[in-house]
Design a protein around this ligand. Structure first.
Ligand code: PGA
Length: 251
């Protein structure tokens, strides 16, 4: 059975002190709570080790927002998958549209990142999604299929089964313009079909596919009620414990 997951993506927000405070607030809110999903926070690199110290790993997973496409060496300013893992983090967001758009990430670099994440026992939260123009010109299914196939379909079924996917239509990220629950379900069901064609129904049924893009407490329940939506990757609404927990509790 695939897992239900709500993951926060803090992006480039919070100082270290603010981030520790936010992590503590989420951790506190989870104490004694029985959420019907796994809860993860993905935080800036600088916060990982400190946040790891203040959260209960049994209740709250920790992840990075990116990692380097090289193992180690002369790559000034980069952070390797091994460095991320050494902080205690267990997850890493890869291929976020902001990384693709502003930092030129391609399927080729993402292949390297996925391999290095696996080598270091990090679970990739792998993002895919079309831009507004592709939504409007009707190419969104093929765009998303190519993003998955080009970066991930060289993997064995076993390795593919370790990946969490996040469908994030770029036009819905940070815009307040959420995909409707029907639009999300349509794409999630399509993605599951693409996985089934490649790896078979069992792998497809066991893959968690999260929705991301202006997900908030007010729309999370309707999105999560859809059969192929297994949770959310949450940006803006993850920056306050109350709104983040409102989404966690939408399950
Ligand atoms: P948002 O971001 O919830 O602020 O739209 C989601 C994401 O980019 O992961």
């Amino acid at each position: 059975m695939r897992k239900k997951i709500v993951a926060g993506n803090w992006k480039m927000n919070t100082t270290l002190q603010e981030g520790i405070g936010l992590a503590k607030d989420v951790n506190e809110a989870l104490k004694g709570a029985e959420p019907k999903c796994e809860v993860i926070i993905c935080v800036p690199f600088t916060h990982l080790a400190s946040v790891n110290e203040v959260i209960d790993a049994n209740k709250l997973g920790l992840g990075a927002e990116n990692c380097a496409d090289h193992k180690s060496g002369a790559y000034t300013g980069e952070i390797s998958a091994a460095m991320v893992a050494s902080t205690g983090a267990k997850y890493v967001i890869l291929g976020h549209s902001e990384r693709r758009q502003y930092y030129g990430e391609t399927s080729e670099t993402l292949k390297e990142k996925v391999a290095l994440a696996f080598e270091n026992n990090l679970t990739p939260i792998f993002c895919i999604g079309e831009v507004l123009e592709e939504r409007e010109n009707g190419t969104f299914f093929e765009v998303v299929k190519a993003q998955i196939a080009d970066a991930l379909f060289h993997l064995s079924a076993e390795d593919f089964g370790k990946i969490i996917l996040a469908y994030e239509p770029v036009w819905a990220i940070g815009t307040g313009k959420t995909a409707t629950d029907d639009q999300a379900e349509e794409m999630h069901a399509f993605i599951r079909g693409v996985i089934a064609d490649k790896y078979g129904k069992e792998v497809a049924d066991n893959t968690s596919i999260l929705y991301g893009g202006s997900c908030k407490p007010s729309n999370a329940a309707a999105l999560f009620a859809k059969p192929d939506v297994d949770g959310g990757l949450i940006g803006g609404a993850a920056l306050q414990a109350e709104s983040f927990m409102g989404i966690v509790n939408a399950f």
